[in-house]
Design a protein around this ligand. Sequence first.
Ligand code: NDP
Length: 443
Amino acid sequence: MSYVSETLETVLQKNPGEPEFHQAVTEVLQSLEPVLEKHPEYEQAGILERITEPDRAIRFRVTWVDDAGRVQVNRGYRVQFNNAIGPYKGGLRFRPSVNFGILKFLGFEQVFKNSLTGLPIGGGKGGSDFDPKGKSDREVMAFCQSFMTELYRHIGPDTDVPAGDIGVGGREIGYLFGQYKRLRNEFSGVLTGKGLPYGGSLARTQATGYGLLYFTDALLKANEKSIAGKTVDISGAGNVAIYAAEKAIALGAKPVTMSDSTGWVHDADGIDLKAVKEIKEIRRGRMSEYIKYRPNAEYHEGRGVWTIPCDIALPCATQNELHLEDAEALVKNGCTVVCEGANMPSTLEATQYLQKNGILFGPAKAANAGGVATSALEMSQNSMRYSWTFEEVDQKLKGIMENIFANIDEAAKEYGKPRNYVSGANIAGFIKVANAMLAQGAV
Ligand code: NDP
């Protein structure tokens, strides 16, 4: 049995009931076979066993009082996965579905993604099964303060620097930062995604969505295609989806769909982003309201974005939202490019089907790395006590995304998998971390 198959078997056995983690590890390890054949020193040093086991996984009780005066209890988590190339870095997710399996998959992916950015950041992820939806601002604040009252002892600007993710936006980061500052009596860059008046970076809000489009543009150019004039299906209507749509429009493309966890809209004339921002960013409302702004658009309950014909598909909602039948519909309707804005939005079967059918496929760990890259730029600005302009950050982001594409393209070619950007991303991300681990000995 190969080193990869043996490790994979052990990981599946040692981590029962964690399907998302199994999926992420399987995808990465399978594409590393050629690397491990060429570099036997990685097996000798137990790199695969070590890289699939988090350095530390913390779980804690979060107790808070709701508006009715009732005490509520949630679970808080932080998975510190790997800090071989820099402090742990990765978001916090507040959503009822959060558990160790999901956070381990996200933390594991984050290790490779952060490596691909070329910046000195390790990988981690955390969060809670708390649902901010429908809670008052005071309840969200009470929860965040209680969450940080435990988390603060595990993080720090040189140790672990969390950020936002699903359910954790500017409001939540503000409350978390305020409580950290109070507990430590220290004003530092311990969280990213902060507000501009207290250490945030310009362009962080836009970074993941814009970065996704810079990456998609680089991928298209390398394959003699262009983004202008293309029809784009986008899923999600959160931070990533909104700014992906904004940059797609700026580059001359036409997004025609968006969705939330209740339903989706199809606007054949092109999504009205002003309406989406008002619904989602200002009123925290539902996509069903979109047709009030655009009576000619359609709203459907449930899922169905991928049935709409498009040239480019950008899944930007959540994990495993693009299934095999969606991949089949995309191919049938003439789609040629899929780039992932969300983390692991495509199932393994869907990814394989898309690749087999000649779709240019940009995997999340490369395509959505713009968010964490800009978070690392926020950390740099905090350390320097200095702020770059929006244009400066945006230019750096564009350069980083173009570099990521160039590196994964090269790694794919070097290991005999041209245009297989899934393999390219896994290989390029892995080699840097593995070499750092080798250099640091058996720790
Ligand atoms: P948000 O919470 O801002 O938005 C998520 C969006 O996806 C919401 O519109 C949500 O709908 C929708 N959604 C969630 N679950 C489902 C579902 N099962 N079906 C359909 N729609 C769904 O999160 P982000 O935009 O920040 O994150 C989206 C994805 O991108 C996640 O996978 C995240 O890990 C990833 N990501 C985010 C980064 C960032 O910088 N923000 C960086 C890198 C990756 P509803 O409003 O109903 O909840």
